[in-house]
Design a protein around this ligand. Structure first.
Ligand code: SF4
Ligand code: SF4
Length: 383
């Protein structure tokens, strides 16, 4: 059986326009009632990486979130809530408010779920990971509706459907996932098993204004004018790849997504409905397209230090807030303030740094970029 992906052109966040696009897309893949039983307790899961205005393309746009909830309401669903555990997990609701998402929840009378508490769950079917720390909010849902964002990501190349589910892991456990699965391949496998465990029933990707370059927080907004909708997160992400001219097999969550039976990505396994993909392709979308050849060697400190892309602070932008240091999941920290004073930007201990890029992801000032060492360009990253 093929995986259906609806590709709906939508060139503005005008609420009515977005609503019509979401409605059309869901109808194309079979309609809500075929996907989510009316009796289900439904969690709407946006991307709430960190506090950012909706037009920055960091988080799911409120218009898309609004359209999805409105459609469920209008079709008679009434047992619904929303939530996410952001990258900065200290106060999820405050971040939701800063992104305009909480206001949508309030408009429809939806409560924010419990995303700062959770429990250890066993997943014997896991192909790579058999245990997760999942938030109570995600555990109490019968159906998760994944309302994700189209963005680049330094570790996994893209963040779309599969990666967005990391927000169902509560609090600082997300950082621990990076420490435990430091390289893109193992992190991707973990995400695929997490997605298999959570098994959202529907994925809706906000790609009206996407993020390219130094994502997922510090990149550049780019008009992609599209919404993608599917019940298969691998197929959804694969169509995202088509739109940005990226080989999907280079994305670990797609490669292992197929291997572990989460979904499909090959052309012959996809049924693309709605708009013509060729009309929406942005071939020069700024995303990492080179094949990385470090393989398992990248877990050796010397290989990482000499060859792999590394986070670098742009001192002129740094306000010495220390968010990056707090976000670093490495025991003993791979970055620090000299003499414990905040007179200068933090310094890196590159020999300890596992290249998870959490610091780059969480810097509120977009002061951290990622650079490839000259030797890495020669030996590891192949154009
Ligand atoms: S998070 Fe950004 S602004 Fe804050 S100390 Fe780190 S680099 Fe500087
Ligand atoms: S310094 Fe940054 S990239 Fe390196 S391990 Fe810490 S958070 Fe990850």
């Amino acid at each position: 059986m093929t995986s259906k992906v609806a590709v709906i052109r939508c060139d503005s966040y005008d609420e009515e326009q977005v609503y019509k696009a979401v409605k059309e897309g869901i109808a194309l893949i079979g309609g809500l009632e075929c996907i989510v039983p009316k009796s289900d307790r439904i969690l709407f899961k946006p991307n709430l990486l960190n506090k950012a205005a909706p037009d920055k393309a960091v988080t799911t746009h409120p218009s898309v979130f609004d359209a999805v909830i409105r459609l469920f309401k209008e079709q008679g669903y009434d047992n619904m809530f929303y939530g996410d555990s952001p990258g900065n997990p200290t106060n999820p609701e405050k971040i939701a408010e800063g992104c305009g998402i909480k206001q949508v929840g309030e408009k429809y009378g939806l409560k924010y779920g419990e995303f700062n508490k959770g429990k250890t769950v066993n997943f014997p079917e896991g192909r790579f990971v058999k245990q997760f720390e999942i938030s109570e909010g995600a555990l109490e849902a019968d159906a998760i509706i994944n309302v994700c964002k189209m963005k680049t990501h330094q570790l996994g190349r893209i963040t779309g459907g599969v990666k967005n589910l990391l927000g169902c892991v509560y609090g600082l456990n997300k950082g621990m996932c990076h420490a435990k699965f430091p390289d893109p391949e193992s992190f991707g496998k973990m995400l695929v098993d997490l997605s298999r465990y959570l098994a959202p029933k529907l994925h809706i990707m906000d790609g009206i204004v996407a993020m390219e370059g130094n994502g997922p927080f510090s990149g550049t907004q780019v008009n992609m004018n599209v919404l993608l909708i599917s019940t298969d997160p691998v197929a959804l992400d694969a169509v995202f790849c088509k739109l940005i001219n990226l080989d999907p097999s280079l994305v670990p969550t797609i490669k292992y997504g197929e291997e572990f039976g989460l979904g499909k990505y090959r052309d012959e396994d996809l049924e693309i409905l709605g708009a013509e993909v060729s009309d929406l392709i942005k071939a020069d979308f700024d995303v990492s397209r080179e094949a990385a050849r470090a393989g398992k060697w990248q877990n050796l400190s010397v290989v990482r230090s000499l060859l792999l892309k590394k986070p670098v602070i742009m001192a002129e932008k740094c306000i010495k807030c220390g968010v990056c240091v707090d976000a670093c999941p490495v025991e003993g920290k791979a970055m620090y303030f000299k003499d414990d004073k905040r007179q200068n930007p933090p310094l890196y201990r590159y020999d300890k740094c596992i290249r998870c890029y959490c610091c780059q992801e969480m810097c509120p000032e977009k002061a951290i970029t990622v650079k490839t060492p000259a030797l890495g360009k020669l030996l590891i990253y192949k154009k």
